[in-house]
Ligand binder design. Structure first.
Ligand code: PLP
Length: 391
């Protein structure tokens, strides 16, 4: 059975061209880029090239790119740095729908004396910027708001938000977790006032364990990882050279594929959305009225459990993810859907499809054919679903 992989917000396939680019740097060109000899020097030049490629995708300067080990590290490094830059400030602003890489850190910090404001969202997953204007004060060290949500694909107006932070924040720094946005929508740091931005390689067809923290030139920084002088003393530790080289290639390719993502992939997502709404009663789109990433579809089916849908789809080779997190034995709907006030009966039956440049028309046809009978079968098995079907 050939899998139909529509879980690209979880992780992506490494592009073959990316793999070919990194392959020589394991067994042949394995030198340390910090070494004085020619053998390390040639690796250093490839690392420099990768930095230029990442910078080009972001409209950034090469010296604004710091290679890290993942998106989580970039998020932690950015927020912790801001707190060290302003040791006298004790206020952090974030949102209720951030990825745990930001939210867990902020909640941990709130137990250590920091005041954390989590901005709420409306039923479509949108922020109220007046709330931000009213809570930001001279005690705020950092505002961290994601560019695009991993579960719903809802895009936040981070350029506008960074403008508000610059205007009202008395020097507070603005960080955005752009892990889901980079490579899917155009980003230009040259015309932006965002101070720090996080990237994760495995969301854009590079290998897992690679990431970037963009740090605007002139923005003060206190490193998270200390030790050697790598990354101009901003991130100690011998570089993951093959991973960095892969990430550089992935960013170059992401630039080439941007148009496809925003036309063909968007059209596939829209076709899937329209067909499922048409064929399955009592289905609704989470964040459907908001601006969304072109590849993401979060759809709720009332009276069914997301996990059951995933299992039956998985039997057909279809890979997606659910809006519930089965943690510590309880089936809690995701914090994102709860923050949006998605009704209980919908949140439990939410499925996320996330497409990529490798998604085909035929795969979308298969899902449109296979999913409606799965939902019907599950509703027939559930007391609430039967009640609805017999009504
Ligand atoms: C929005 C967002 N931020 C951060 C991360 C964490 O990235 P990584 O897996 O590279 O640590 C993810 C991964 O799912 C994400 O979706």
């Amino acid at each position: 059975m050939k899998e139909i992989y529509l879980d690209n917000n979880a992780t992506t396939k490494v592009d073959e061209a990316v793999f070919e680019e990194m392959r020589p740097y394991f067994c042949d060109l394995y030198g340390n880029p910090s070494s004085m000899h020619y053998f390390g020097g040639q690796v250093q030049r490839k690392v420099d090239e990768a930095r230029n490629r990442v910078a080009a995708l972001l409209g950034a300067l090469p010296e604004e790119i710091i290679f890290t080990a993942c998106g989580t590290e970039s998020d932690n490094a950015a927020i912790r740095s801001a707190l060290e830059v302003f040791p006298e400030r004790r206020h952090i602003i974030t949102t209720r729908v951030e990825h745990p890489a930001v939210l867990t850190l902020c909640r941990n910090l709130s137990k250590r004396g920091y005041r954390v404001t989590e901005l709420g969202v409306d039923g479509e997953g949108r922020l109220d910027l007046d709330e931000l204007r009213s809570v930001i004060d001279e005690d705020t060290a950092v505002v961290s708001v994601m560019w695009a949500n991993n579960e719903t694909g809802v895009i936040f107006p981070v350029e506008e938000i960074s403008g508000i932070v610059k205007e009202k924040g008395k020097g507070a720094l603005f960080h955005t977790d752009a892990v889901q946005a980079v490579g899917k929508i155009p980003i230009n740091m040259a015309t932006s006032c965002i101070d720090m931005l996080s990237i994760s390689g495995h969301k854009l067809h590079a290998p897992k364990g690679t990431g970037v923290l963009y740090l605007r030139k002139g923005v003060p920084f206190r490193p998270f990882m200390v030790g050697g002088h790598q990354e101009h003393s901003r991130r100690a530790g011998t570089e993951n050279t093959a991973g960095i080289i892969a990430l550089g290639k992935a960013c170059e390719l992401a630039g080439h594929w941007m148009e496809d993502e925003n036309t063909r992939v968007r059209a596939l997502r829209d076709r899937l959305q329209a067909a499922l709404l048409d064929l399955i009663p009592r289905a609704r789109i989470n964040g459907g009225e908001a601006e969304r990433l072109p590849n993401t579809l979060s759809i709720a089916f009332e009276f069914v459990e997301g996990e059951a849908i995933l299992m039956l789809m998985s039997e057909k080779g279809i890979c997606a993810s659910s809006g519930s997190a089965c943690t510590s034995g309880s089936l809690e709907p995701s914090h994102v859907l709860r923050a949006m006030g998605v009704p209980f009966t919908c949140a439990h039956g939410s499925i996320r499809f996330s497409l990529s440049r490798f998604t085909t028309d035929g795969e979308i046809d298969t899902i449109i054919r296979e999913l409606p009978p799965i939902i019907r079968r599950l509703r027939e098995m559930s007391p609430f679903g039967r009640e609805f079907l017999n009504a």
